[in-house]
Structure formats: structure tokens, C-alpha cells
Design a binder for this molecule. Structure first.
Ligand code: F6P
Length: 317
């Protein structure tokens, strides 16, 4: 291979990953083109030459220097064919796609349906890529959310209030569960578990009678809205309740050391796998070693087990 492309979504650690891909490829005498604005740029033929210098100083930057977009056009065959044409016209011998479920699903289409040599790198704050232990960006998101939660606890304790904190996670309660355990939340509401608002309110009332005065409840955005939960608690218990929606603040910011290291390792693994002829796969780290999982497997729904951590949260409350 003489020339490869790299296409990304955004989350903390993606720039560290681009840097790794570019420098590892250049080290092996391979040229790298950055695809601008994700699959939109692939369809429009929007490419940018990357070299060692174009990725200097980006290791600690959030977002993606290549910019990105939600590309609904790629869902139709017409635009998929256009994207493949651009890959050929630009003499790309292979492509590395950095992103979550949506990006990797599109990557699997390019590899399996059109024969584009392709390796995926899992990067999403949701950590919901099947067969992958840790996705780039998830550790930073947890730490950002945890920092916010610790600050909220100051007010919750001082004013003897209840706070409902909504974190990201469309279909997966990973962030909510980790943050609840790390932040000492009293309750966590997850897509993976049924929850009973009446039972929760009864528990709060009983705790309040015993003298417990503040609670922090983490809720995954995909399961319920903090505003609705807070209103319900206030209505049923009469206790002062506030809601906080953390939103996209969790997706940005400087990546943690863990995310930078993961990005560097997976970037290197992806280049090596691509150059050695592997395709339609996603790289992952397992016990310090890089491995691959087929993209077909990676894009299946991840069965995220929550029961152990959930029970522990309740014991520690
Ligand atoms: O998949 C990552 C994620 O940040 C989810 O946690 C969230 O639900 C979604 O993306 C938000 O998407 P958008 O930025 O397009 O609103």
C-alpha cells in the first residue's frame, strides 16, 4: 500500500489517534489523506494531505481536526457508489475509520459490499461497540461527568437537595453506571434495567425520615429525562429536587492519559493490520495486547452487563 485515508467522528482522543495513524504510516513510507467532515467529505471528495507536521500539537486536543458530520446521504446506494469512486480516484489503497456504531456500520458496508480495504478504530463516549473492551473517548467522558458530579454534590450536601444528573448514552448505560459508582450516587437509571419511579420515591421518603438529606441520581439520557424524573420526585416526596443535563460537555475536552494511550496503540494497530492485508475488521485492546474483531460482529448490539455494579452501588449507598 502506498496511500491510505483516515475518516473520523468526534470525541476526546480522536486527534491523538489521527496523529498515531499518520506518524506510524509515514514511518512505513505510506502517504495519508485525511477525509474531511466524515462520510460527507468522502462523498464530496473533500480530502486533505496529512504529514508528520500536520499532526503536531494535536495529541491533547478534543474533537477532530478533520471535522465530522452525521451523513444521512451515505445510507443510499447512489452516494455509497460516489464515495467508493472518490476512494479510487484519489488512489487510496485502504481506509481507516475512527468512530462509533454509525461510522463502523458504514465502514462495514464499504469493506463488505464494495471491497474497500478497511480497518475500523472504535471511538465513542458510549463504549457500546460489541466485542471491544474500551472505546476511545469513554474514559474522558466518565472523568468529565465525574468532575461535574463531584461539584454538584457540594451543593446537594450544602442545601440538602436531591439532584438528578443526566449523562449521555443513547442506548447504553455505560457512562451512567461508571459515574454512579465512581461518584457515590444513591441511584442510577439505565437503559439496561427497568426502574420503578414510585419505589424510588418511597425509598427517598423512607431515607429522609431516617435523616438522609441529599441524593444524587444519575440517569442515562436514553432511558429517561432528568427533568421528568426530578419533577416526579419533587411531586411525590415534596423534597427540593433539581436536574442537570451534562450533554455534549462529556464528548469534548482534553483526552485523559488512558484515552491518549489507547488512541496511540489502536492507531498503530490499525495501520499495521491494513498494511498486512487485513480488512473489514475493528481493532481493540485486550490485556495490553491489540486484537481484532470483525466489523460484522462489532456493529451488533453490545450486551452490557450492569447487575454487579448496580447491586454494589446500592450496597455502598
Ligand atoms: O454516540 C455518541 C453520542 O454522544 C451519544 O452519547 C449521544 O446520544 C449522541 O452521540 C448525540 O448525538 P449528536 O451529537 O448528533 O446530537
Amino acid at each position: 500500500m502506498k496511500k491510505i485515508g483516515i475518516l473520523t467522528r468526534d470525541c476526546a482522543g480522536v486527534n491523538a489517534c489521527i496523529r498515531s495513524v499518520v506518524r506510524v504510516a509515514v514511518h512505513q513510507g505510506v502517504e495519508v489523506l485525511g477525509v474531511m467532515r466524515g462520510y460527507e467529505g468522502l462523498i464530496d471528495g473533500d480530502f486533505k494531505q496529512l504529514n508528520r507536521r500536520s499532526v503536531s500539537g494535536v495529541i491533547g486536543l478534543g474533537g477532530t481536526i478533520l471535522k465530522t458530520a452525521r451523513a444521512s446521504r451515505f445510507r443510499t446506494e447512489k452516494w455509497q457508489i460516489e464515495a467508493v469512486k472518490n476512494i479510487k480516484d484519489n488512489n487510496l489503497d485502504g481506509l481507516i475509520v475512527v468512530g462509533g456504531n454509525g461510522s463502523l456500520t458504514a465502514a462495514h458496508i464499504l469493506a463488505s459490499k464494495y471491497g474497500v480495504p478497511l480497518i475500523g478504530i472504535p471511538a465513542t463516549i458510549d463504549n457500546d461497540v460489541n466485542g471491544v473492551n474500551d472505546t476511545i473517548g469513554a474514559d474522558t467522558a466518565i472523568n468529565v461527568a465525574l468532575d461535574a458530579l463531584d461539584k454538584i454534590r457540594d451543593t446537594a450536601t450544602s442545601l440538602e437537595r436531591i439532584f438528578v444528573v443526566e449523562v449521555m448514552g443513547r442506548d447504553c448505560g455505560y457512562i451512567a453506571l461508571q459515574v454512579a459508582l465512581a461518584g457515590g450516587c444513591e441511584e442510577v437509571i439505565l437503559p439496561e434495567r427497568d426502574f420503578d419511579i414510585d419505589a424510588m420515591c418511597d425509598e427517598i421518603t423512607a431515607g429522609n425520615t431516617r435523616g438522609k438529606v441529599s441524593w444524587i441520581i444519575a440517569v442515562a439520557e436514553g432511558k429517561a429525562k432528568a427533568y421528568d424524573i426530578a419533577n416526579k420526585i419533587n411531586e411525590k416526596t415534596g423534597l427540593e429536587t433539581r436536574e442537570v443535563v451534562l450533554g455534549h460537555v462529556q464528548r469534548g475536552g482534553a483526552p485523559t492519559a488512558k484515552d491518549r494511550i489507547l488512541a496511540a496503540r489502536l492507531g498503530q494497530a490499525a495501520v499495521n493490520k491494513l498494511l498486512s492485508g487485513e480488512t473489514d475488521k475493528c481493532v481493540t485492546m485486550c490485556c495490553g495486547e491489540t486484537k481484532t474483531v470483525s466489523l460484522e460482529e462489532a456493529v451488533k448490539p453490545k450486551a452490557f452487563k450492569v447487575d454487579c455494579c448496580y447491586q454494589l452501588i446500592k450496597i455502598l449507598t
